[in-house]
Structures are given as C-alpha cells and as structure tokens.
Design a protein around this ligand. Sequence first.
Ligand SMILES: Cc1cc2nc3c(=O)[nH]c(=O)nc-3n(C[C@H](O)[C@H](O)[C@H](O)COP(=O)(O)OP(=O)(O)OC[C@H]3O[C@@H](n4cnc5c(N)ncnc54)[C@H](O)[C@@H]3O)c2cc1C
Length: 389
Amino acid sequence: MQRYESLVIGLGAMGAATVYQLAKAGVKVAGIDRHHPPHTFGSSHGDTRITRLSVGEGAQYVPIVRNSHRIWRELEALSGEALFEQSGLLVLTSRDDFDPSDESDFTLRTIGLARTYGIDHEVLDATQIRQRFPQFAQVVDSAIGYYEPEGGFVRPERCIDVQLKLAEQHGATLYKGETVTEIQSDEHGVTVTTDRRTLQADKLVVSAGNWMGGLLSTPFDRLLSVYPQRLFWFELEPGVDLVGKSPTYILTHGQGEEGIHYGFPALPGEGSLKIATAQYHTPSTPETLDRTVSAAQERQMYEQQVQGRIAGVTAKVVKSAVCAYTVTPDHHFIIDEHPTLQHTLVASPCSGHGFKHSAALGEAFAQWCIQGASDLDLSSFSLKRFASR
Ligand SMILES: Cc1cc2nc3c(=O)[nH]c(=O)nc-3n(C[C@H](O)[C@H](O)[C@H](O)COP(=O)(O)OP(=O)(O)OC[C@H]3O[C@@H](n4cnc5c(N)ncnc54)[C@H](O)[C@@H]3O)c2cc1C
C-alpha cells in the first residue's frame, strides 16, 4: 500500500492550491480527484471569478485575499500564464430607496472595510459613475460607488491547471478520474480508499466541494447545501465597445437575492458581458444538478437584472452555463479539523465567494499539514459556531 506524508481529496480550487504548496515545500504528497481537473462539474469552471481586497463578506477575509494576490503573481511569474486580471472593481448601489445609513448595504460595508484596512479606493457619486463607466449610464441620482483599482478577476481553470502542473513538477502524484469512497483514521494516520486503490498518509485535507456532504456525512451533510447558479453572456449592441472600459462589478439595485447581480469586463473578441445572480432557494445535489438554462430563464434574467440597468447590452444570450455553490448556514467558510477522523482537515471555502482566497488557503492548509497550524488565523471558520445545529 502506497504511503504519503499528505493526501488531498479533491483537486479543484482548494485542492490544487494545497497540493501545489505541499509539493513545493518538499512534502511527499498525492492528490485524488473523481474527475480530470480543471473540469466543468464542480464549482471552479469557467474563465472568471471576482477578486477584491475589500471583502464585504467580512474583515476576516482581508488577510487571506491579500496573500492570494501575492501568490497569483508568483504563479504567473513561474508559469508565464495570465491568472489575475487587475481590471479594477466597481461595487455600487443604485436604488431609489437607498438609505446612506444602512449598515447592511454591500457597497457601504465594502467602503467601510477599505477605510479600516487602508485599501486603495475611490468613492464615486452618480455623476462620476456615469462619466467613468458608460455601461452604468442609467444609475439613479442617489447611486454610490466604490472603485478598487487593485480588484478584478482571476481565471479559475487556468489557476487550477497551473498549480497542478507545478505540483507534479515538484514531485506530487495526482490520481485523476478516481473517486474516494471511504476514509478511516487511527493514531498512526489516515487510510483513504478509492474505486481503484488504498492509500495511507500522515495528514489528509478534504476539499471535495459540492460532494463534501455525501463523502463525509454527519455533520457536513446537515451543514452544507448545494445551490446551482446560472451564468449568462449577453451580446453587446452593435458598435458598442466596452473592452478596456468596463470593470468587474457588483451592483445592488434592490432587496434580497434578486436585487443584486455581478458582472465581468467585456473581454477582447467576445462581444458580450457575463452577468450572474446568486440563488439560495432551490437546492440540488451534485448527482441531480440540472445543467440546462431555458429561454424563459434567459428572458427573466434580462428583464430583472439587465434591462434599464446596464447600457449597451442586448437581450440576446450568446452563452450560458450552470455551476454550483456549496453553502453553509451563515454563508461563511467551514475550515476545521474533522470532529472524529484524526489527522484530517475539512476545507469547504465556497458559499459562492471562495475562489479569490484559494491560493492563500492552499498555502495555509499546507502549513497545517507540515506544522500543525497555519500562519493565517482561520479560527472564525471553525465548526463550533454550528454546535447547536
Ligand atoms: C457560479 C459561481 C460563481 C462564483 N463566483 C465567484 C467569484 O466571483 N469569486 C470568488 O471568489 N468565488 C466565486 N465562486 C466560488 C468559488 O468558485 C468556489 O469557492 C471554489 O471554486 C470552490 O473550490 P473547491 O475546491 O471547494 O471546489 P471544486 O473546485 O468544485 O473542487 C472539488 C473537487 O473535489 C472533487 N471530488 C469531489 N468528491 C470527490 C471524491 N469522492 N473523490 C475524489 N474527488 C472528489 C471534484 O471532482 C472536484 O474537482 C463562485 C462559484 C460559482 C459556482
């Protein structure tokens, strides 16, 4: 039976980063994935994921994303691939009933964090938003914007690919197309059984994304829910050229999940804008996920999110995709040692906002394997906050 110092289950965003950092540190490591990453079946496919230093989800994320930005640049230098596009990031609220004292407003939270952490940014009023960013010509007069020049997007599939290749160059073994079916542990280490072999290791990191609840069962099957998300690429009007003039953005225009959407810059040669919302009302499972997008859903997306809000965009959807979040009850990550399996770290950093942190979390998980703890403080993601559930 093959024995490693560390094993990583799941080689998506988190697992690829972890296995790379372990291999780079000289650890004898293997990674296992049921598919052939990067692939389109989990949470990490496509070309774009938003990244921003002022993380409105909470102050605990700021040191993590700072480390990730450093690592994306290191990976670019090592691989020659463009991974992190600093397109600039605009977080804006444009709603008639905007209350400037509303502490739950995402734009105001983002501005507050940027001020606290000294993150380079500008606060824009409606006139400045309209002048600087033509696609937002229709914002209401009370609109407020936060512009972060260092924000933008990372390229998820490329990031995973680069880290896995570098991991292999550093000696990591990758078992792809192999599904883990059982995990056992005792005081000597862990034993992981796949549909093809059994492996042993001193330490294990489980980063199985959408499949985590099914693989680890209680309490993770109770705490983690899978929500499919639809992504739409709307064709630009003839003659409209937004390349280099459109930022990565998050727009709040109303209440609840239908009152907010996000989008990416127009990319050269695409002639479209990628726009998406997040839904938390219709769960699914990785096995039963509906990957189709209907014409009615395209029309609804245009009418609710695009029409009258984003200038220069037609109702024609040139491409659509489905990808799924793994969501915790409070929408923050779960990163903790497994309550009963020994030597095992469980990493579920999704809830729809994990990719930007993945490079730094991989580094932190590698430190946990090597020295028993990470330099980053990850205590706010511990399981104990759900003790009463
Ligand atoms: C539509 C969408 C938009 C998003 N937008 C953003 C964004 O703008 N910014 C941002 O920061 N984040 C965003 N996220 C979140 C981010 O993409 C996720 O946090 C991240 O991709 C999660 O990575 P992961 O490694 O946990 O999961 P995954 O990348 O899905 O990896 C899990 C891996 O585990 C493997 N696996 C599962 N079970 C087994 C098993 N039994 N045996 C072997 N292998 C197994 C799977 O094959 C898979 O490769 C978005 C997510 C989605 C879905």
